[in-house]
Design a protein around this ligand. Sequence first.
Ligand code: 48F
Length: 257
Amino acid sequence: MLLDDTKISKAIINTYNEELIEALHSDVAIVGAGPSGLAAAYYLARKGKKVAIFERKLSIGGGMWGGGMMMNKAVFQEDAKEIFDEFNINYKEYDQGYYVANCVECVAALSLKAVQAGARIFNLVSVEDVMTKDDYLAGLVLNWTPVDTAGLHVDPLMVDARFVLDATGHDAVIVNQLVNKMGAVLKTKNGMPEGEKPMWADRGEEQVVANTGEVYPGLYVSGMAANATYGGQRMGPVFGGMLLSGSKVARELLERL
Ligand code: 48F
């Protein structure tokens, strides 16, 4: 059978466009396909919620590929074991309460489960701005990442969502946009992003779960973005808290949806 070259193009263009049009209105728009965003996407999509993830890089998985200092092993603790089991990720017990998994398997499993549950991932798409209505976060402003990289002056497109999840890691990009652009008052102690505190794995892991939640009407934070917003410690190459945070934010969002 002869393959028609332009039919290949048409298949890509039509299918992608259908998905992008679907993503104009989501239950939850997730910014960042790191471990916390992917875990949240899976738990939401598996309950039938409409989830779109926007990831600025070509690759998804955020900081999980690199383990610790590029040694691609993910350490996690007892509390997170149940979630690693849910994603069918293999691991070994290194010592009592310390488990080690392969980072490549982790990212692959998180992505596969999220996508097969129905979440749509748009990679190479950067969230460059937020969309507000009165005093709630109503949606996101998107552009192709290469537009930014090339410094092109190209206007974006907009999507809306019942809720937005900032899962952008250390930079807490959406939280900071909201504060810098419109002086939004957050649910933090002083109404501002508190900034991430130094390394303390044990405390950071507890805080990342405690800090996960709604930070402004319509906007939730998870993962490292939650600690950057609420002034939690960093925890470095231990990943249990990221998945626990993703699962917690999904539970809270499911109660609201
Ligand atoms: O940083 P990242 O992996 O976030 P996370 O889920 O996990 C943190 C850990 O990887 C690690 C750690 C563990 O102990 O501390 O750092 O909190 O993933 C964040 C993703 O968001 C994307 C970014 O490319 C990355 O894949 N991202 C950041 N800004 C934007 C964005 C943006 N403006 N638009 C779209 N994606």
